[in-house]
Design a protein around this ligand. Structure first.
Ligand code: MTE
Ligand code: MO
Length: 364
């Protein structure tokens, strides 16, 4: 069991794979698990490193011209940890997924490898998050009717890349999403937020790319004019190739499917086994899943009471006919009709992969 210097929790190699100072969930570690990803195997994505914060001295500072009484940063409306805990709480299962999840497969599907963390499919997880709706806190803070954007900011160290200091991690959210289903979460799967996942409080933006879900949140700007930061102007945007204009900031996550198998998987030829996996989309629940083990697409069996949740478990039976190399494929369609193309069109920064992944199997 190793420890990455930037990550606090032990990185058990059976559960998590280190990726450039981050940790990717191993899909085979989800086989036989319940609906949520346990905290010890939830992926970690840090721009710098996990800060150690004290809940007793932690403050959330809200300010901006979209608040009646706190127009400037030097005179914010403040909430402490106990103040948040005293407000009416909600708990919901939500997907947090890195915008670059699946980036590795852009490189194997096309000639241009995209820059960034080379995630396979384990830069995603579903947890039960408990906290206060951001809407509740904004209204307590004196939200005005003409606010258009809110921008949460983390308390982790400023992010320096290519010699340029981009400041603290922060990304604007349109007020419509902020008032819809966004949480200020202080619990993850029934436990206080682990340090790596944002202790004492993080933002959870269901279905949107992970960068929206700012960890270790310390301030929120509320503005009557659109807000900008490097995290929505130069990072986490859909640039080229084949895009004559910039495709704008990425927000809703794409559709993906993963087998709960090692990469590569080893199976026994001539022995029928149950293969399991999960499919998900940021745009809504999954409607149907198909699997191809070599003789064409067949419906997978949907497992569990997952219909309305952020991801769907499924299974299928398969017997590798002979020893040798095989390829497994899975694809899903969500309730909005979005599916998975055979090959995902690439973009410069490798975001929102949604292609069908070819999972290699060796039958022995
Ligand atoms: N929040 C802060 N403050 N700093 C960060 O580096 N990384 C973001 C987001 N929130 C980040 C952050 C990114 S890119 C992702 S994918 C998610 O956190 C990952 O959340 P997790 O580490 O809890 O899985
Ligand atoms: Mo991310």
């Amino acid at each position: 069991v190793g420890v990455d210097p930037g990550i606090v929790k032990p990185l058990d190699p059976a559960l998590l794979t280190p990726r450039d100072g981050n940790a990717e969930m191993r899909w085979e570690a989800m086989a036989g698990q319940g609906y949520v990803v346990p905290n010890d195997r939830f992926f970690v994505r840090n721009h710098t490193h996990t800060p150690r914060l004290d809940a007793d001295t932690w403050r959330l500072r809200l300010y901006g011209d979209g608040l009646r009484d706190a127009p400037t940063r030097d005179a914010p409306v403040e909430f402490g940890y106990a103040d948040l805990r005293a407000l009416p709480a909600v708990e919901l299962p939500a997907l947090v997924e890195c915008a670059g999840n699946g980036r590795h497969f852009f490189a194997s599907q096309q000639d241009t490898p995209a820059a960034g963390v080379p995630w396979r499919l384990g830069g995603v997880g579903v947890a039960r998050w408990r906290g206060v709706p951001l809407a509740t806190v904004l209204r307590h803070a004196g939200l005005t009717a003409d606010a258009v954007d809110v921008m949460p900011e983390g308390l982790d160290p400023p992010y320096v890349t290519g010699g340029v200091d981009l400041g603290r991690v922060r990304r604007p959210l349109p007020i419509g999403k902020a008032l819809d289903d966004v949480l200020l979460a202080y619990e993850m799967n029934g436990a206080p937020l682990p340090a790596d996942h944002g202790f004492p409080v993080r933002v959870v933006v269901p279905g949107w790319i992970g960068i929206s879900s700012v960890k270790w949140v310390g301030a929120i700007e509320v503005s009557t004019a659109p807000l900008f930061s490097p995290w929505n102007t130069s990072l986490y945007r859909m640039f080229g190739p084949g895009r004559p204009t910039d495709g704008g900031p990425a927000d809703t996550q794409s559709v993906k499917s993963a087998f709960e198998l090692p990469w590569d998987a080893r199976l026994t030829a001539g022995v029928e086994t149950t293969l399991t996996g999960r499919s998900w989309s940021g745009a809504g629940p999954i409607d149907r899943v198909e699997v191809d083990t070599g003789d064409g697409w067949q419906p997978a069996t949907l497992v569990g009471a997952d219909r309305d949740g952020p991801w769907q478990r499924w299974s299928t039976r398969w017997c590798p006919p002979t020893a040798g190399r095989w390829t497994l494929r899975a694809r899903a369609v969500d309730v909005t009709g979005r599916g998975q193309p055979d090959r995902a069109p690439c973009n410069d920064l490798g975001y929102l992969f949604d292609g069908v992944v070819r999972h290699p199997v060796t039958a022995v």
